[in-house]
Write a protein that binds this ligand. Structure first.
Ligand SMILES: [Fe+2]
Ligand SMILES: [Fe+2]
Length: 169
């Protein structure tokens, strides 16, 4: 049985992962209408992953005798300056999510909830991937991607090759 405090902070993460999905959807939609089909594909794929993250928390909370709450989500931004701003914001957002997961880990240690601590192991590894993935795109932009958005847009999906589901075994 989940302690109330742990249940509440896991529900907070349901909201944050769901918002992440919507944020990436908003970015994907922006990219799509601005002619960046490859970037849009990258961002739509990311949004799908975030939905899976949200589901993992929902299912875990319920499995442990808590009750997952599906919240209303804050409206994500609809406009972005350029593709670099999109990925800078994505990286900043992933860093916030990493901090958020770390806070939950911290609480599980105080509450001696080792099962939830174990559940979070996957997310700790995933966040390392998520930050690296956004950083890889920014690096590509800074070494010339900005000068050839056509090539950048064409090649961006190849940067996702190693991202996605984290191997934890
Ligand atoms: Fe996530
Ligand atoms: Fe993420």
């Amino acid at each position: 049985m989940l302690k109330k405090k742990v249940e509440d902070i896991c529900n907070r993460q349901v909201e944050r992962e769901g918002y992440s999905a919507n944020l990436y959807l908003a970015m994907a939609s922006w990219a799509e209408v601005n002619g960046l089909a490859g970037v849009a594909e990258w961002l739509y794929a990311q949004a799908e992953e975030e939905k899976i993250h949200m589901l993992k928390f929902i299912r875990y909370i319920n499995e442990r005798g808590g009750k997952a709450i599906i919240p209303a989500f804050q409206k994500p931004p609809a406009e972005f300056k350029d593709v670099e701003q999109v990925f800078k914001e994505a990286l900043k957002h992933e860093q916030l999510i990493t901090a958020s997961i770390n806070e939950i880990v911290d609480l599980t240690l105080t509450e001696k909830d080792f099962n939830t601590r174990n559940f979070l192991e996957w997310f700790l590894a995933e966040q390392v991937e998520e930050e690296a993935s956004a950083k890889a795109v920014l690096d590509k932009l800074s070494i010339g991607g900005k000068n050839s958005l056509y090539q950048f847009d064409r090649d961006i999906m190849s940067l996702r090759a190693k991202s996605g589901e984290v191997q934890t075994t």
